[in-house]
Design a protein around this ligand. Structure first.
Ligand SMILES: Nc1ncnc2c1ncn2[C@@H]1O[C@H](COP(=O)(O)OP(=O)(O)OP(=O)(O)O)[C@@H](O)[C@H]1O
Ligand SMILES: [Mg+2]
Length: 359
C-alpha cells in the first residue's frame, strides 16, 4: 500500500482531534468541531484529563493563538502576517483542521489568481451546451466553505492583484456571494470565516487594499524570540520529518541544531552572540523553516552517504545553500562570517573546515 507524501493536518492529527472532541467541556460555536479553548489547546499542546498528550503545533506566544481563534468566532476574518517561515501557513492549516475538521478549502494566491478562483468559474463545455445553469457552475473552495460553514484559507493574499483581492470584500462584509448569471446568491452559513496569510518581505507582493484591511484582524507572527524557542521548533519538526521519512536519528542532534540556529540568528541580527563582532546580513531571510530544511537534508546525507551519524560535513552544503542566495554579495558575507566567527569559536573547527571546503 502506498502512503501519501504529506497528510493534511486533520488526517495526521486525527487522534488528537478525536480525543479533544470527546472531552471538550466548553461551549462549541455552531458548525465548529471544537470549542475555542480546545482549539488553542490543540495548537499549543496540552495534557488532557485522561492523560492524553496533545503535541504543540505552534511554539511561541499563547496569546497570539487566543487572539487568532477569538477573531474567527467574530464576523471579522483573520490575517496571519509576518516574515517568511514564521509558521503562517502551518498555523492556518491547523486552525482550519481544528475548527472545521477540514484544512483543504484552500485558494493559493499567485500573481495569476483571477476572480474565478475566489468566486466561481464555469465549465465551458457545459456552459456552451446548456447555458448558465447550476450544473455548469464550478464552485471554488471559498464557495464550498460558505455553503458548509467552514473555514476557507487564502494563502499569500498579497500576491494576488489588488483588483482581484477586492472580490473578497463582498464575501467578507455581506457574507454572500452573488451569482448574477443564475440570478441567485450563495449565503454563508454560520461557521464560515476566512484565514489569509501574507508575508511582507518577498519580492512581487502587492499592497493589501485598505478596504480589505479593515475587514481583517491582523495577527503578526514573529520570528522566535529566544534561541531556546527556535531550537525547540527545529528539534520538533526534524523529529517528525525523520519519523515520516524513515531516516533514523542515530545520535542526539541537539548540539548540531544549536549550531545551525546560532548561525542563523547571528547572521539575521547582524551581531555575534557575545556581542563582540558586527556582522553583515545576507540577502535571504534565514527563516526557522530554512534551519529545519538544513537539518533535514543533513540527516538525509548522513543516512545515505555517511555512516548515519550527523556531522558538520553533512550540514555544510545546506548552510551554504541557505545563506548564499546571491552568488556574489552573500558569498562575501559568508566568507567574512566564517573567518571572524566560526573559525574562532571553541569546538567549531570541524564546521569551519567543512564549510571552507564547500566554497
Ligand atoms: N513558532 C513556530 N512553531 C512551530 N513551528 C514553526 C514555528 N515557526 C516556524 N515553524 C515551522 O516552520 C515551517 C514553515 O512554516 P510555514 O511554511 O508555515 O511558514 P510561512 O510563514 O507560511 O512562510 P512563507 O511566508 O514562506 O509562506 C513549518 O514546518 C513550521 O512547523
Ligand atoms: Mg506560507
Amino acid at each position: 500500500m502506498s502512503t501519501v507524501l504529506r497528510q493534511h493536518a486533520e488526517q495526521q492529527f486525527s487522534q488528537e482531534l478525536e480525543e479533544l472532541k470527546k472531552q471538550d467541556p466548553h461551549k462549541i460555536p455552531q458548525n465548529w468541531q471544537l470549542s475555542p479553548q480546545a482549539v488553542v489547546s490543540y495548537l499549543m499542546g496540552d495534557k488532557l484529563n485522561n492523560g492524553f498528550q496533545l503535541t504543540p503545533k505552534y511554539i511561541g506566544n499563547r496569546r497570539l493563538m487566543e487572539i487568532a481563534v477569538a477573531t474567527l468566532t467574530t464576523d471579522r476574518a483573520l490575517l496571519l502576517y509576518g516574515l517568511p517561515g514564521t509558521a503562517k501557513s502551518w498555523v492556518s492549516e491547523h486552525l482550519a483542521a481544528a475548527i472545521s475538521g477540514d484544512s483543504t478549502l484552500l485558494v493559493q494566491g499567485t500573481a495569476g489568481t483571477g476572480e474565478e478562483a475566489i468566486r466561481y468559474g464555469w465549465n465551458y463545455a457545459r456552459l456552451l451546451s446548456t447555458g448558465p445553469t447550476p450544473e455548469a457552475l464550478v464552485e471554488t473552495p471559498m464557495m464550498r466553505a460558505m455553503k458548509a460553514g467552514k473555514i476557507a484559507r487564502v494563502e499569500e493574499l498579497t500576491r494576488i492583484g489588488s483588483d482581484v483581492q477586492d472580490s473578497l470584500i463582498t464575501i467578507l462584509s455581506e457574507k454572500s456571494l452573488p451569482v448574477p448569471e443564475l440570478n441567485t446568491e450563495v449565503q454563508a452559513v454560520t461557521g464560515f470565516n476566512v484565514i489569509a496569510t501574507a508575508n511582507n518581505r518577498d519580492k512581487g507582493v502587492n499592497e493589501l487594499s485598505s478596504a480589505l484591511k479593515r475587514r481583517f484582524n491582523t495577527v503578526i507572527l514573529p520570528v522566535p524570540d529566544s534561541m531556546e524557542e527556535e531550537v525547540e521548533i527545529v528539534q520538533q519538526r526534524v523529529k517528525s520529518f525523520s519519523q515520516h521519512m524513515a531516516l533514523p536519528i542515530e545520535k542526539p542532534i541537539t548540539e548540531e541544531i544549536r549550531r545551525i540556529v546560532t548561525i542563523f540568528r547571528e547572521l539575521r541580527s547582524g551581531v555575534s552572540m557575545d556581542g563582540k563582532n558586527k556582522l553583515k546580513s545576507p540577502s535571504g531571510t534565514l527563516s526557522t523553516a530554512e534551519a529545519i530544511s538544513v537539518m533535514n537534508s543533513g540527516l538525509s546525507l548522513s543516512h545515505h552517504f555517511g555512516d548515519g551519524s550527523l556531522t558538520a560535513h553533512d550540514l555544510a552544503s545546506g548552510v551554504l545553500g541557505a545563506v548564499v542566495k546571491d552568488p556574489v554579495q552573500d558569498k562575501i558575507v559568508w566568507q567574512e562570517y566564517l573567518e571572524t566567527v566560526v573559525k574562532q569559536r571553541e569546538g567549531w573547527k570541524d564546521l569551519y573546515r567543512s564549510c571552507r571546503d564547500m566554497m
